[in-house]
Design a protein around this ligand. Sequence first.
Ligand code: CO
Length: 653
Amino acid sequence: MAVSTQDPAEVPAPQEPAAATHPLDPLTAAEITAAVDAAKADRDLGHEVWFVLAILNEPPKAAVRAFDAGTETTLDREARVVILDRVDGSMAEAIIGLGDGKVRRWTEIDTPGRPPFLFEELAGAANVVKEDPRWIEAMARRGITDEEQLKLVQVDPWPAGNFDFPGEDGKRLCRCVSYVRTFDKDNGYARPIEGVVAVVDLADNTVVEVTDHGVVPIPEEPANYDEAAVGGWRTDLKPLEITQPEGPSFTVDGNQVKWQKWSFRFTLHPLEGLVLYTVGYEDGGRVRPVLYRAAISEMVVPYGDVAPAHFWKNAFDSGEFGLGRLANQLTLGCDCLGEIRYFNAVMHDGHGRPYEMQNAICMHEEDFGILWKHVDSYTGYTETRRSRRLVISSIATVGNYEYGFYWYLYQDGTLQFEVKLTGILQTAGCAPGVTPPHGQMIAPGLYSPHHQHLFNMRLDVSVDGDENAVYEDHVEAAPAGGDNVQGNAVVAVSTLLEREQQAKRKIDPASSRSWRVVNRSSLNRLGEPVGYRLIPGATPTLLARRESSVSKRAVFTTENLWVTPFDQDERRAAGDFVNQHPGGDGLPAWTEADRSLVDTDVVLWHTFGVTHVARPEDWPVMPVEYSGFSLKPAGFFARNPALDVPPSPAACH
Ligand code: CO
C-alpha cells in the first residue's frame, strides 16, 4: 500500500516509440503525448491539473473481431484520459480520437470517490510530514531528536479510507505512519513508531493533523536480510540451469503470443496490471475463443486490528495505487529462469509525460512434471508425457508487500492464475507483556495485525463465442431408498445461474462446488454444451463485519463469485474511483438490476485470496504464499487435447 518509488520524471523518455498495429495495443508514448496535448488544447486546463490516467479506450469487441478477421483494416484508436483539478478536486474524462487528435467526448465525473494516488503527491506528503512541528514533537516524545535520526525516519503514506471523520468530507487525503531506520537500507518495518498518525491534504500538500495516541516502546531488534545480517549464506547449493538450445516454443508478434495451440494478446494496464485479451485454443484447424479479456479488477487488504494506527488500513492497491504502475523492472535469472522474453511497458507520470518501464512483463516456459502417464500392467507398455506451461507474469511492489501475478497456460487446455504474495509484513509495536488480541507476535515487542489479501479477477469469458451461460455444479449423496440400496450413490448437480442476484455465490469445497461457463449453441459430440470450469481455491471472503467501512467499500469481497451481463463501462469491481469512496459502487450497484445471465455475453468476477495470520517464519521477509484459481475445459474438447504432445527425447525411452 504505502509507496515510495523513483520519480518518474527522472526516467528517460522512450527512444523509439513503436507504432500500434492492433486495436488492443496499449497506447504508445507518442499516443499518450498526443492525447494529453489534445486535452490541453481543448480546454484551458492551466497548470493545476494531474493526468490521472491516459490509456487506451478499448474499442468495441465487434471492431476488434473485424480487425482480426481482416474485414476492417484501419485502426480507429481512442485514448481515455482522466484529468484531476488539483485545486478543487473535480475530475473529468476525455475520449480522444488519436487519428485526428480531437476530443470526441468530455464528461465531468460525478463521484464521491477520488482518483488513484499520483506518485508525485505521495513523495510530497512524506516530506511535508517530516517538517511538521507536531510530528517532530511526537518523535521527540519517543527520544528521536537527533537530526540524522529524524532524516532516516521512513514515512509511509496510506489511503485514508472513508470513515465519516469530521473535516475529511470532500478532501483528498492520505494517512501517514512512521518507522525508525538506523541506516539507509535498514528494514524500517522492524521498528514501527506506534501510535502516531499524520493526515495530509493532497490538494495543497499540507498536514491536516498529527495524532499521537501514546508512546509504545519502539522494538529494538533489527530485521535485515543481507548476508551479514543473516549470518552468512548456506554453501551447499549446486547450480541449476535451464537451457533451451533451440529457443522457446512460443512466438511473439507485437503483443500477440502463440504457444502450443494457445494464442492471446497482452498488455500492462496502469491500475489492473497484467491483462490478457482474446485467449483461444486451436482445435480442429480453428482457434476457439475462451476468454475475451481477463485482469484484476480490484483488490483490497483489510487489516483487522483496532489499534489507532491500524484500524483504518484498507489498501485497495489497484484502484488507489495501480498494479501496473508499481510493476518491477525484472532481472534475468532472479525473477524468471530460462529462455526469458521480457516486455517493456509505457506508463505516464502525473504531468502526462510518458516513460518506459523496462522488463515489466516476463514470459517463459516451465517444465511442470508429468502431463499424463500410464503403465500397462500386463505388458509393461508405458507412455509418459511431460507437461510444459507458458508463464506470463508481472510483479508489483506496493510499499511493504510484493504481489506477483502469474498466468499459466497448459497444453491440456487449462488456464491458471496465481498470485504470489511476498515482501514484508505490516507491523505494529506493543508493550512488553501485552498479547495483541488482533495480531500475531513475530519478534520481541513486534506483531503483525491479522489481515486479508482479497483480489477480484474480472473474467470476460467467451466460450466458443460470446453467448454464454453459467452453471453452478456440485456433487452430493443421492437420496436414500430406490436403487441406492448401499447408500453409496452420488449425483452431480448443475444449477443454471439465471440472474445476477442468484449468481452471487461462495465457494464450498466440501461439495466440490465450481462454476461452469457454457455455450448452449455449441454442442460437443456427446450433445452437451461446450464449457470451461472456474475452479476456485480454498479462499475466504471478507471477515470484517458488514457495518464496517471496508465492507461497504469492498462489497465485491463478500462473495466469491459474481456474474454480470457484459457492459463495457462496468470495468472495476468497486467502481472506477474507489479511493475514499464511501462504498456501494461497482458490483453491488450494477447487480441491483438483477439482469438476466442466460445465453448472453457474461462476465464472471471471482474474488479470491488469503487470510493472513502471520507466522514468525514470515519475518523479516515472507516466503511466497500462493493464491489463485484454474479454468479447465469441461466438455470443451472431445477428449484429452494433449494426446498429441510428443514423448520427451532421449532418456525417457
Ligand atoms: Co499478508
